[in-house]
Design a protein. Structure first.
Length: 468
């Protein structure tokens, strides 16, 4: 073989060997890649994490203080998410590391440290263990500028500092599921007891025996503060408006407390208890919530409240509590002494002294409705007039009285057309020199009425068909 051929062959062999080496190296790198930008960390400072019993955090998004109570972290204003708060000692404070350090930094403003986006301080008792000031985010990396303990050097720290220190309140606070009722039609019963507000009880009845409207206009009744039931005013709206206050509970703060600490908020022996019973949309499943109302926050005026079944103290504003508990029941009561549908009344006898008026409703053999006043046949319009005159007698005030020992100036006895639907009703009205006569209904005197309305009805009685 010629010398030139041998040289060329040798060069080709060397080149092939070199290519083989390059191929093997590339293959190895592909199978085992390395990160050329791998970050190395160094420790800035260390603290005794186990001694930390208080953490203060102030950021552009949230301000709070967390205190260790046994194994639990608590706040004066929030119910804390324990898993999140534990990240401060377990992940952040136990690894106070940095990526880079600038020993002689220029102005604080260049790093966002003239007005830090977040400041965290950890304490053991009164001793501050560390102060962390978080500045701007590094423009080209997922890092932050940071300063420790007020010293001059500026550090670059990992993104996890900001991930934990720069969050909204909802991140640190545990969520309490508060009752939420879909609509006022779902509410079935409301009871308020205690000494803080006047007690009341309202309940929705499937069948109200004294609802003579014929259209279920009075499904709600009050049994307190009245001594016998009065209908709630569903027709004109005030009671329906009041029911809106019970659909949801709006708090201004939540704090975690131990069972033996409720007394500090007046909740071991609450001053008022509000219970709301409600059903789901199907009407089959019933639920309820109970609010225990205690003392007030001296600074804000808010009431301390416990939702039965949850070991936390809620703060609810004075206006919201009073809207739920201190409204006028009488203003939500239907004022007419009686709301008669002529179809549901069989007989109603009104008597004032020697004047008697009898309203009668019968059915003809053909099924027609027949009306009589004092035995004189009247048409539907005259029957409606009688009903309107009765409804015009509206109570004026809620004042409880004993039944007077004198004879009433007006008595109305109502007999239902269908005793399986309605109960008989007796109403008596007693003269009072104040100008507001006393109304006895269902055997008790809980309201008064303007005497002029009573006089107007008595005048109508005297002029009614067949009057004597």
């Amino acid at each position: 073989m010629k010398r030139a051929s041998i040289v060329r062959l040798s060069l080709l062999i060397v080149a092939a060997a070199a290519l083989t080496v390059v191929f093997l190296l590339l293959k190895k790198q592909k199978e085992n890649p390395t990160n050329g930008d791998q970050v190395t960390y160094f420790t800035v400072t260390t603290i005794d994490v186990n001694s930390v019993d208080r953490i203060s955090l102030k950021s552009t998004r949230y301000e709070g203080e967390f205190k260790k109570d046994g194994e639990t972290w608590v706040s004066d204003t929030d119910l804390l998410n324990q898993k999140i708060i534990l990240q401060f000692p377990d992940q952040l404070l136990s690894n106070l590391r940095a990526i880079a350090k600038v020993d002689n930094p220029s102005s604080d403003a260049e790093y966002g440290l003239d007005n830090p986006s977040a400041v965290l301080e950890a304490y053991a008792g009164s001793e501050r263990l560390v102060r962390i000031e978080l500045g701007d985010k590094v423009p080209t990396k997922d890092c932050y500028y940071c300063r420790f303990n007020g010293e001059k050097p500026v550090y670059t720290v990992a993104e996890n500092y900001g991930r934990l220190m720069l969050k909204d309140r909802s991140y640190y606070v545990d969520t309490i599921t508060l009752p939420s009722i879909p609509d006022i039609k779902n509410i079935q019963e409301i009871t308020l007891t205690g000494e803080l507000f006047p007690e009341f009880h309202a309940i929705k009845l499937e069948k109200n025996p004294y609802d003579y409207s014929g259209a279920n206009l009075f499904p709600w009744i009050f049994t307190k503060p009245y001594r016998a039931q009065w209908d709630a005013d569903v027709i004109n709206g005030p009671w329906m408006d009041q029911l809106e206050w019970y659909l949801r509970i709006y708090t201004d703060g939540v704090r975690n407390v131990k069972p033996d600490e409720f007394a500090q908020y007046g909740l071991a022996d609450p001053k008022a208890t509000l219970t709301v019973r409600y059903a789901d949309d199907t009407g089959r499943e019933e639920n309820s919530y109970t609010l225990l109302i205690g003392d007030r926050n001296a600074e804000t005026g808010n009431y301390y409240v416990k939702l039965q079944g949850i070991d936390a103290v809620l703060e609810i504003t004075e206006s919201k509590i009073k809207s739920m508990c201190e409204f006028s029941v009488f203003s939500c009561t239907y004022k007419s002494i009686f709301f008669p549908s002529t179809l549901l009344v069989k007989k109603a006898v009104a008597q004032s002294g020697d004047t008697v008026m009898t309203f009668t409703h019968e059915k003809s053999p053909e099924g027609d409705d027949l009306y009589y006043v004092n035995g004189v046949a009247v048409d539907g319009a005259d029957a409606l007039t009688w009903a309107q005159k009765v409804m015009a007698m509206k109570t004026s005030t809620f004042i409880q009285n004993d039944t007077p020992s004198v004879e009433p100036i007006l008595t109305i006895l109502v007999e239902p057309f269908d005793p399986t639907v309605n109960e008989p009703l007796t109403i008596r009205i007693f003269d009072d020199p104040s100008g507001y006569d006393i109304v006895e209904r269902l055997g008790v005197c809980d309201c008064t009425i303007d005497s002029r309305l009573v006089d107007d009805f008595i005048d109508y009685m005297k002029k009614a068909p067949g009057a004597k």
